[in-house]
Design a protein around this ligand. Structure first.
Ligand code: NAP
Length: 354
């Protein structure tokens, strides 16, 4: 097979998914696969299924004009994301069996149970589709179940964008660190909180800095998930589940957000050569893992101290490599969209190996 054609079902069509669609077009000549988007499902903007391939410029225009995607569908009807996944998996059963059907899950993070994303992933795998997602929910709430299901149907369940956008974390460990045990980690992994704290140092209002993160499409749809530390806790749970082999949810992470952090205190700390930052960490304690998200007072010797306002960093403690640091400069939507491209490229590579 030269350049396999991948058939994509988009569940969620928000900031990340639309940037992903545009990015694929922008870098098409660099990719070793071609693609066709055969379905898009949303919560409030309807859905469209077209097995011949959807006109995505029109779909984006409809969505951004607050019109329903139903208008692009030959036989429009109300259906959930799961309905769309099942409809396409049935109609494209042969392509699914060949490993060419892929569900791209980018719905919003639900911090109660990771739903409906977990169910979307399950339904897609049951329909023999691979799944790629930037949503933290599935890996944070149901990693072991979903990975076992993916293995049982010989499909990929990847989620590189769930932590640190497009910078490789899961793929780095999976592909390049065989036989290494991750003993723990520590990092700054929530861009919105990091940006808000950095802006407080510059004398800006908390609400203004947060509004800018919302405007740029970086904050969660519900920004209290960032500010209360839930987003960082979900990422921490995903890292613990995948890299440390434990089975926790975000609710097992001891969590303090930044909503009570005061600008005066942040500037006072800076005057004393220190910085207040929201730090996520995990470490093994006997047979268990202790996971934590909380504001910390960093001094200049801390490797997290000098990060710029849109940077993320994660330091992994390993048994064979010592400490491995991963730093992302200037995170943003393109990086998250790129994480989906890397996951897609891995599926394409696998198809070409057969
Ligand atoms: N934005 C970032 O920088 C970033 C970075 C890393 C990871 N992520 C993760 O990526 C995911 C998407 O983020 P985003 O910024 O694109 O969010 P977003 O702009 O809020 O878009 C979410 C999309 O999901 C759809 N949706 C929600 N519930 C649904 C359901 N039950 N069935 C079908 N569609 C549903 C929404 O439909 P409607 O528009 O009709 O409501 C919307 O199209 C989130 O899980 C987020 O945590 C985001």
């Amino acid at each position: 097979m030269n350049r396999p054609e991948l058939l994509l079902v988009l569940i969620g069509f928000g900031h990340v998914a639309r940037r992903f669609v545009k990015l694929l077009d922008e870098i098409a000549d660099r990719l070793d696969f071609t693609w066709k988007i055969v379905a898009v499902a949303t919560k409030h903007h309807g859905s469209v299924v077209d097995l011949e391939g959807i006109d995505m410029a029109r779909a984006i225009a409809k969505f951004e004009g607050s019109q329903s995607l139903d208008r692009l569908d030959a036989a429009p009807r109300e259906r959930s994301g799961i309905d769309v996944i099942r409809q396409v998996a049935d109609a494209l059963a042969d392509e699914a069996a060949e490993g060419r059907l892929i569900c791209v899950e980018t719905t919003v993070l639900d911090i109660d149970r990771g739903e409906p994303a977990v169910s979307h992933v399950r339904a897609a795998l049951e329909g023999q589709a691979h799944v790629i997602t930037a949503n933290k929910g599935p890996a944070a709430f149901a990693y072991h179940e979903l990975e076992a299901l993916a293995e049982s149907v010989d499909r990929i369940f990847f989620f590189e964008g769930a932590v640190m956008d497009g910078v490789p974390v899961f793929n780095l460990v999976r592909e390049t660190m065989p036989a290494v045990t991750i003993e723990g980690f520590r990092g700054i992994i929530n861009t919105t909180c990091h940006y808000v704290l950095s802006e407080l140092e510059r004398g800006r209002e908390f609400s203004q800095a947060l509004a800018e993160m919302q405007m740029r499409g970086i904050a969660e749809a519900d920004p209290t998930l960032d500010i209360d530390g839930w987003d960082a806790a979900a990422k921490t749970a995903a890292l613990v589940n995948v890299l440390m082999g434990s089975a926790i949810t975000p609710h097992h992470v001891a969590r303090t957000g930044i909503k009570d952090v005061d600008g005066l205190d942040v500037r006072d700390a800076l005057g004393r050569g220190k910085r207040v930052r929201l730090v996520a960490s995990a470490s093994r304690v006997g047979s268990k893992v202790r996971a934590l998200v909380e504001p910390e007072m960093l001094d200049k010797t801390d490797p997290l101290f000098s990060l710029e306002s849109l940077d993320n960093a994660l330091y992994l403690d390993t048994d064979l490599l010592g400490q491995v640091g991963i730093v992302q400069r200037s995170s943003g939507l393109t990086q998250t969209a790129y994480s989906l491209v890397t996951d897609l490229a891995r599926i394409s590579q696998r198809l070409r190996e057969f």
